[in-house]
Write a protein of this length. Structure first.
Length: 367
């Protein structure tokens, strides 16, 4: 009974791994600049680090859909996420303002006060939008049959993944469409895939699908070495973009691997996983991105033979620092914000329930 009341630590561990993938991607993007790395054995390592940021994002949203389809929507959850985003945005601004000889643009200050609407954190803005949209999505997935859900997922895969791959992002891609697909996929797994299968099978397929992403760049590295002028545009590779079909399948297989293992409860894993969103907001703050990675000196290690060790240390250090900051936030400002949300949310919850009942009644009449 205890395991049912608490989140499966296997899935929470996967949440930690997903955030580590995102940090590794940013480490390569802001610390090593993959397009500027000259051909060497280390370029293969940088390409590998760069490859799994979108897989990590996909896993994170899949987990949300898996849990929220049963838990339902709470206004307090959305308000807590918004408060968390504002905290990191304003703290980043405050810290930079204390640094001598750093000039701030007016746009930087405006973005810090309105980070959600200005898209300072593209992931957080889209994620919060999906959380707000989740009541309607949940009504749909609970009232639709298995075949209709499969058809909806197929159409979203075509719209979100296949068309952008074939014709380009500008005409077809939408992060909201992508996140909706991931949320519905997580919901479908929760509702219709009770038998998770064998962990070894899912892990093998996850690794195989995941390896297709850096292989595009590795093949280009070989051609570049042989010809002297052909390069692999990893950052523009369709396998390494938001709409990567292989990245989507890899994320689903990684999730099924975690779900199919014997459920466990480890409080320390769940506590660290609870800091994952805060770790993202901490290290992806616009000022940390601009000043933190250059000041870390990680780019000086690009041709070091110990590059894998330096990269691993950087990823662990970022997650550890972000976790400490978020734990402090939870015990201080977070508690104050939660109290304010607790007083405000009941009236909003009543309004939300009324609106949801009207949506459900409309769907029932239309069915």
């Amino acid at each position: 009974m205890e395991l049912k009341a608490r989140r499966n630590s296997n899935i929470e561990l996967l949440r930690i791994i997903a955030m580590a993938m995102i940090i590794a991607h940013h480490c390569a993007l802001y610390g090593f600049f993959p397009e500027e790395v000259q051909y060497s054995s280390n370029k293969w390592i940088v390409d590998l680090l760069f490859s799994y940021g979108k897989v990590g994002v996909s896993i994170f949203v899949l987990i949300t859909g898996y849990y929220m389809t049963e838990q339902g929507f709470r206004v307090s959850r959305a308000l807590r996420i918004a408060g968390q985003v504002w905290f990191y945005s304003l703290c980043g601004l405050a810290v930079v303002m204390l640094i001598p000889d750093v000039s701030l643009e007016k746009n930087d200050i405006v973005q810090s006060f309105f980070p959600i609407v200005n898209g300072q954190y593209w992931f957080a803005s889209t994620y919060l939008f999906i959380i707000l949209l989740s009541p309607a999505i949940n009504v749909f997935v609970h009232n639709a049959g298995r075949m209709l859900l499969q058809g909806t997922m197929a159409m979203l895969i075509i719209a979100c993944l296949a068309l952008p791959t074939l014709f380009g992002k500008a005409n077809f891609y939408s992060p909201i469409c992508w996140f909706t697909l991931l949320y519905i996929t997580g919901s479908y797994i929760r509702l219709w895939r009770q038998d998770a299968g064998r962990p070894e099978k899912h892990f093998t397929w996850a690794v195989l699908w995941a390896l297709t992403i850096p292989m595009y760049a590795w093949g280009g590295n070989i051609l570049s070495k042989l010809t002297g002028h052909i390069e692999a545009p990893l950052m523009n590779s369709p396998l390494n973009r938001d709409w990567s079909i292989t990245g989507y399948v890899a994320a689903v297989e990684f999730f099924e691997w975690a779900r199919s293992r014997q459920p466990k409860y480890r409080p320390w894993i769940n506590r660290i996983a609870g800091c994952a969103f805060g770790v993202y907001l901490f290290h992806e703050n616009q000022f940390v991105r601009e000043f933190g990675w250059p000041l870390s000196g990680i780019s000086d290690k690009i041709y070091s033979r110990f590059l894998p060790l330096w990269a691993a240390m950087a990823i662990i250090a970022v997650y550890a620092a972000g976790s400490v900051v978020d734990l402090v936030r939870q015990k201080t400002v977070g508690r104050l914000w939660d109290r304010a949300v607790g007083k405000l949310s009941p009236s909003l919850e009543r309004w939300g329930c009324s609106a949801l009942q009207k949506i459900t009644a409309w769907i029932d009449r239309s069915a």
